[in-house]
Design a binder for this molecule. Structure first.
Ligand code: HEM
Length: 461
């Protein structure tokens, strides 16, 4: 293996690409496999190790694909924002088949722009500001179902919660039979998503493929019912069904299904993972928890001890809670990086990225770089009293593919935290440090915890 040897490409003397040996590549890949477990500091360390050893931009080889890793805010902006047209999203085909190839995050160019407008419509601020009380009802029902002191797996319960929110955003009110079918088959799909792609009957992947077919059948029935009843709802399904392009063509049923499964995929584990981290960080810091409680209890008192629902305006007036959410997203960086592929030869700061190469902006490296976040391993919400430097805080990505669900995700977090700290007491069972990859990083064992509902006369613990 040759290190630091300049390479000559016709007409251009380029900076050095540094090959990384296969062991390093394997380590990185293993850390993202389902069920594998790495210690809390290990994931950031892997990325910091890369940066320290190989610089801010370096080449490696991921599963046989030459890949460029980018660890600076400027490089992330170049790929995701200013030169986004030169980089298309790129995911393994076996995963694309499970979610559905027409899902928004696999699209590029004009088609992506049109589809994104549709998806964004049902997640915009104007839409979600009217959903506070519905989300509140779903959150309270989830929290109450955990109370009573039995041990619950916080992450698993959060996944149920964020799936229910997904159902509500996509379908509005959905028949319980369909909701159950979707939950059951999505959970089989999820188990196969990170497994070896094999079509042998009985394997996790094959089961996931079959579950994906059943999901399409259920969605087809729901669509058919809507057409029969001539319902023109403004939820995501309604928007997808009613959309026409400039030629007057509508989306096919497969395109609609792929986008619905895509939104479940993008929305569920991400939100659940961050919520679980917020619970852990609050639990581990009693002083911070007390301060968040004080902030939330002031709102609770203004709402006649919670007898009136939260308002949209109140969810915008939770400055400390917001900083806790931001810092949780920075610390946990549950989406460590994203994948793109160069659609043409691209030059960036003297490096040539050949067409077809994978390009990975490493969000985790940026979020854990002491140059942008002092003492990065310390959970310190007050660092967000000052706005982070541009392009250094990217929990929802950036540019044309940036998360359209970010306001919804934050709203869910504000509402859950409000009810958690004002109405419940909780205790983590055997609090452990460390991260488990599931495949998003979550606290060990999904943060087993016990929850109790406070009686209204005893609201001070
Ligand atoms: C804390 C929770 C969440 C996090 C951290 C998160 C993060 C992200 C990130 C980083 C991206 C960009 C990926 C890329 O550039 O390749 C993304 C895209 C996306 N997210 Fe989220 N997300 C969250 C919640 C949600 C929710 C609640 C929804 C919908 C209800 C959603 C829907 C989407 C969709 C559809 C895309 C693809 C956008 C496109 O390709 O144009 N996300 N998300």
């Amino acid at each position: 293996m040759t290190l630091n040897q300049p390479i000559q490409v016709p007409g251009l003397l380029l900076n050095t690409w540094i090959p990384v040996d296969d062991n390093v590549i394997l380590n990185l890949d293993t850390s993202r496999r389902q069920g594998s477990s790495v210690c809390s500091e290990e994931v950031p360390e892997i990325f910091q190790f890369f940066v320290a050893g190989y610089g801010e931009i370096f080449k490696t080889n991921l599963l046989g694909c030459p890949s460029v890793m980018l660890t600076t805010p400027e490089a992330a902006r170049f790929v995701l924002v200013t030169h986004a047209h030169l980089f298309k999203p790129s995911y393994p085909k076996c995963k694309e088949q499970l979610i559905g190839p027409s899902a928004l995050f696999y699209q590029h160019g004009d088609h992506h722009t049109r589809l994104r407008k549709l998806v964004q419509g049902s997640l915009s601020l104007e839409t979600i500001r009217n959903l506070v009380s519905d989300i509140e009802t779903i959150a309270i029902s989830a929290l109450e179902s955990w109370s009573g002191g039995h041990i619950v797996n916080t992450y698993k319960e959060m996944k149920k919660f964020s799936f229910n929110i997904g159902i509500f955003i996509i379908f509005g009110c959905l028949d319980a039979k369909y909701a159950e079918e979707l939950k059951e088959n999505y959970s089989i799909l999820e188990k196969g998503y990170n497994s070896f792609p094999s079509f042998i009957p009985g394997t996790l992947y094959k089961n996931a493929v079959l579950a994906r077919k059943r999901l399409s059948q259920t969605l087809s029935e729901i669509i058919c019912q809507r057409k029969e009843k001539r319902l023109e709802e403004k939820d995501l399904l309604g928007r997808l069904m009613n959309a026409t392009d400039e030629k007057g063509d509508i989306l096919t049923e497969d395109q609609i299904s792929d986008n619905i499964i895509g939104v479940f995929f993008a929305a569920r584990d991400t939100t659940a993972s961050i919520l679980t981290w917020i619970f852990k960080y609050l639990h581990d810091d009693p002083t911070l928890l007390k301060a968040v409680k004080d902030e939330q209890e002031a709102i609770y008192e203004r709402n006649d001890k919670g007898s009136r629902p939260l308002t949209w305006a109140q969810t915008r007036e939770m400055p400390l809670t917001y900083k806790v959410i931001q810092e949780s997203m920075r610390m946990a960086t549950i989406i460590s990086f994203t994948f793109r592929e160069a659609v043409a030869d691209v030059e960036y700061q003297g490096y040539r990225i050949p067409k077809g190469w994978k390009v990975l902006p490493l969000f985790r490296s940026i979020h854990h770089n002491p140059e942008f976040f002092a003492d990065p391993k310390k959970f310190n919400p007050s660092r967000f009293e000052v706005a982070p430097k541009p392009n250094t805080f990217l929990p929802f990505g950036n540019g044309v593919h940036a998360c359209p669900g970010n306001e919804l995700a934050k709203l869910e977090m504000f509402i859950v935290v409000h009810h958690l700290v004002t109405k419940f007491r909780w205790e983590v069972v055997k609090s452990e440090s460390g991260i488990q990859n599931d495949p998003f990083p979550i606290p060990q064992h999904g943060l087993p915890a016990r929850f109790w509902k406070k009686s209204s006369s005893n609201n001070d613990n």
